[in-house]
Design a protein around this ligand. Structure first.
Ligand SMILES: [Zn+2]
Length: 346
């Protein structure tokens, strides 16, 4: 009898490979209903993904959660042994979560948008629920996380994923072009790099003779970059950064999607900019050409740390509310599916 279940599973996997969701769904449902110890949890996970594609978000979330309840060690069936979360135990996840339904830009109630298992991404961080629900505000065309840990800052401060630590040296020439372009908009040399990360932006900014201050929430990264580049990096959440300085250029690279209160961050950035200063901002765009092609295969849907997913439209709205005007839009050459904007004070 076991053999026949395995045959059903093999057939379902083949159908899924051929993008025949409808036929695969029938077979996975059969396995799911039979409560097969080995195969039902993976069938539930697959159903979670299929129902997400069908835009049945509640059902998708139930299947994704069920998959873990059926097998708390499901990770070792989904991801390779080399993955840092291979031994993840769902029962270890006990963090209380915020359950957000109001758009962080306009406060209107959002609609369920999609549901993903973020554990399969290599950037998963312990403390996050691997089952992520995204909501969408139709008014702002903005996507935001429905669920994220209440102790978000504590989890970020105490974790230091290797992945973000790796310096992507191949991006340095691209960053060089970014600063050449920034120089066209602002000649000044005082620069604030918010969310310094592995320090690639700061390294090239130094090459361009900027006087740099960095702000970084993760102490391990802050120390490493400060030691390597010999520049001051303040170890704090940007919202707690205190200074009397004003800057010519502020870099907000791949940061705004990490904060539950993007408007507060943008408004604070504005207070730190000189009158003719400029803000360079980079963030994933869910309406990018890349995401349009990749659909649910785009890994950005599964980044647990991201609590906002902007479109060009929603980012413009956030900037407008915060007192900025967009000078230039470009598609990122550093990350597929990200956008980069140069903005000035209104
Ligand atoms: Zn909204």
């Amino acid at each position: 009898m076991n053999n026949s279940y395995e045959d059903v599973f093999t057939e379902a996997e083949q159908l899924l490979k051929n993008n025949q969701d409808h036929d695969a769904e029938e077979k996975y449902l059969l396995l799911h209903d039979k409560a097969h110890k080995e195969l039902s949890p993976i069938a539930s996970f697959r159903l979670g993904e299929i129902y997400n594609r069908k835009k049945l978000v509640k059902e998708s979330s139930q299947f994704h959660t069920n998959a873990f309840l059926q097998d708390p060690l499901l990770a070792n069936k989904l991801i390779p042994e080399t993955h840092p979360m291979y031994h993840f135990n769902y029962l270890s996840f006990k963090e209380p979560e915020h359950k957000v339904t109001a758009c962080p830009l306009c406060s209107l109630q959002g609609e369920l948008h999609s549901c993903y298992n973020s554990l399969t991404n290599v950037d998963f961080v312990q403390g996050f629920n691997p089952v992520r629900i995204w909501m969408q505000c139709r008014s702002c065309n903005h996507i935001f996380a429905h669920n994220y840990p209440i102790k978000l800052n504590k989890i970020l401060t105490n974790s230091s994923p290797e992945l973000y630590f790796q310096k992507r040296v191949e991006t340095l020439p691209i960053i060089g072009d970014i600063f050449s372009n920034i120089k066209r908009f602002s000649k000044g040399s005082k620069l604030l790099d918010i969310g310094t990360g592995a320090g690639e932006m700061a390294a090239v900014a130094k090459e361009f003779l900027y006087s740099i201050t960095g702000v970084e929430i993760r102490p391990v990264y802050a120390k490493h970059v400060s030691d390597t580049l010999e520049i001051p990096i303040v170890k704090t959440d940007f919202m707690h950064y205190e200074t009397n300085e004003l800057y010519d250029v502020i870099i907000l690279g791949d940061v705004i999607e990490h904060t539950p209160e993007p408007l507060k961050v943008l408004k604070k950035v504005r207070t730190l900019l000189k009158k003719d200063g400029i803000l360079w901002i980079s963030t994933p765009n869910f309406e990018s050409g890349y995401t349009a092609i990749m659909k649910d295969k785009d890994a950005m849907w599964r980044v647990c740390e991201h609590v906002n997913y902007f479109s060009y439209t929603s980012l413009l709205k956030a900037l407008e509310i915060s007192g900025f005007v967009c000078m230039e839009y470009s598609a990122s050459k550093r990350f597929y599916g990200s956008m980069e904007l140069i903005v000035a004070k209104q």
